[in-house]
Design a protein around this ligand. Structure first.
Ligand SMILES: *Cc1c(COP(=O)(O)O)cnc(C)c1O
Length: 416
């Protein structure tokens, strides 16, 4: 017999075994391409002709998977993106993402060469930072952040001399200038007037600079809630619910939308809360579903406890199932003890006991024929029932953004 040149432990079975587990074999995220395209079309329908989408794909595109989502957005004609940091921008470039990638946050000076090498655009987060960027000595593309009231980052809007000085810096190519609204999700009259003042302050600054010969092109202001609440709905001619500028006519809406908008959460077909989403659910389609497998079904007899800490004891004979997802996947532990549930065969299975790191136990007593290998829907639809990320957020006392961005890297992300 011929001598084999691979290690003797390797047998034929190993060679034929798949290299990786099936992406739907434990816990996974399914992404709906049509829903993403629908949301992009809906957002475009609200924008003036020349205004470009610059979606926020930071934090793994709100947990969806930054590369998958950005590639698809490229195919849909989107050519500008916002990320939080240089490493997120590099990941997109290495995956072949085309167009402008704006880093919204801080990049340390030791990483400035990466901005150049990966053609990333950096936000000027304050004036001293602009000088540091300029001192790097090679051309860096920037958008100037302007602080109109959020007081997080950006040059204060009244400091027009500093902003003008950034335009004059030799090594900075200023491609844009923007501000961020901090209460555009609110219909409270005080918040509406705060928002209005932020927008007016931004344009006062831009007009002053323009008078001084600064071009101020590439302006942007609005994120998700700004697009929904401040722009008129051209398709339905509906008066905007939270118009800060009175009833914006075409001109005001052009000014508000400016040259780009930066939608994040709305692009994924959800909003900060379920209550907000209920107002817009006819226009938006959630992109993400979260699913896992039933690993084991077993009886739990009256008087027996389940899970860590003996927090739950059966009052009657039950049937329970272990599901292959836990807080290590981003399923919030606050959903323990019956607060949350999953859907199996189109029915609701309440979570019993404490959610574990990798597994969760659910009550399947009222669902016939549950068996190992069945799919459990954690976010998404099953039959006539649906669990939304917004509902989970409300159950946990947080916003949808936090639930989605908490979805762990070990979840497989696939198009459905
Ligand atoms: C995250 C972020 C956005 C997107 O916000 P959404 O509310 O999710 O639309 C837009 N602009 C800036 C500056 C951001 O940090």
């Amino acid at each position: 017999m011929q001598k084999m040149d691979y290690p003797s432990q390797t047998n034929e079975k190993d060679i034929r075994a798949p290299k990786e587990p099936d992406s739907r074999s434990r816990a996974w995220i399914e992404l709906d391409k049509d829903a993403l395209a629908h949301n992009v079309a809906f957002l475009r329908s609200r924008l003036p002709e020349h205004c470009r989408l610059m979606p926020a794909v930071k934090a793994e595109a709100y947990g969806h998977g930054a590369v998958l989502i950005s590639r698809q957005l490229n195919r849909l004609g989107v050519d500008s993106f916002c990320v939080a940091c240089a490493s997120e921008g590099i990941e997109l470039r290495e995956a072949g993402i085309q167009g402008e990638i704006l880093i919204l946050g801080y990049t340390a000076p030791e990483d400035f060469p990466l901005l150049r090498d990966f053609r990333l655009t950096q936000t000027v987060i304050d004036y001293p930072y602009a000088r540091e960027l300029n001192d790097f000595g090679q051309t860096i593309h920037v958008h100037i952040g302007v602080d109109t009231g959020m007081h997080r980052v950006g040059i204060r809007c009244e400091r027009t001399e500093e902003i003008a000085a950034v335009y004059r810096m030799q090594n900075l190519a200023v491609d844009g200038i923007f501000t961020h609204l901090c209460a555009s999700d609110s219909s409270h009259p005080d918040h509406r007037s705060f928002t209005r003042n932020q927008i007016l302050a931004f344009y006062r600054m831009a007009d002053l600079l323009q008078e001084q010969g600064c071009p101020c092109h590439g302006k942007h202001i609005l994120a998700s809630y700004g697009i929904l609440n401040l722009l008129p709905d051209s398709s339905r001619q509906r008066k905007t619910p939270v118009s800060p500028m009175g009833n914006p006519d075409g001109q005001e809406s052009e000014r508000l939308a400016a040259d780009y908008v930066r939608p994040g959460i709305v692009l994924y077909g959800v909003l900060g809360s379920q209550t907000d989403l209920d107002m817009w659910k006819d226009s938006l389609r959630p992109v993400l579903s979260l699913k896992a497998k039933v690993a084991s079904v077993r009886p739990l007899y009256a008087g027996e406890p389940v899970g860590y800490g003996i927090t739950y004891t059966a009052e009657r004979d039950m049937e329970i199932a272990a599901v292959t997802i836990g807080y290590g996947d981003g399923l919030p532990r606050e959903l323990s003890g019956g607060r949350g549930s999953v859907l199996i065969h189109g029915r609701r299975a309440p979570i019993v006991g404490r959610i574990c790191m990798d597994q969760t136990i659910v009550d399947v007593s009222s669902i016939p024929h549950v068996q190992a290998g069945d799919t459990a829907v954690v976010i998404g639809s099953s039959g006539a029932l649906e669990i939304t990320a917004g509902q989970i957020a409300e159950q946990c006392g947080t916003i949808t953004h936090e639930i989605l961005t908490g979805l762990a890297p070990r979840l497989n992300r696939i198009w459905s």
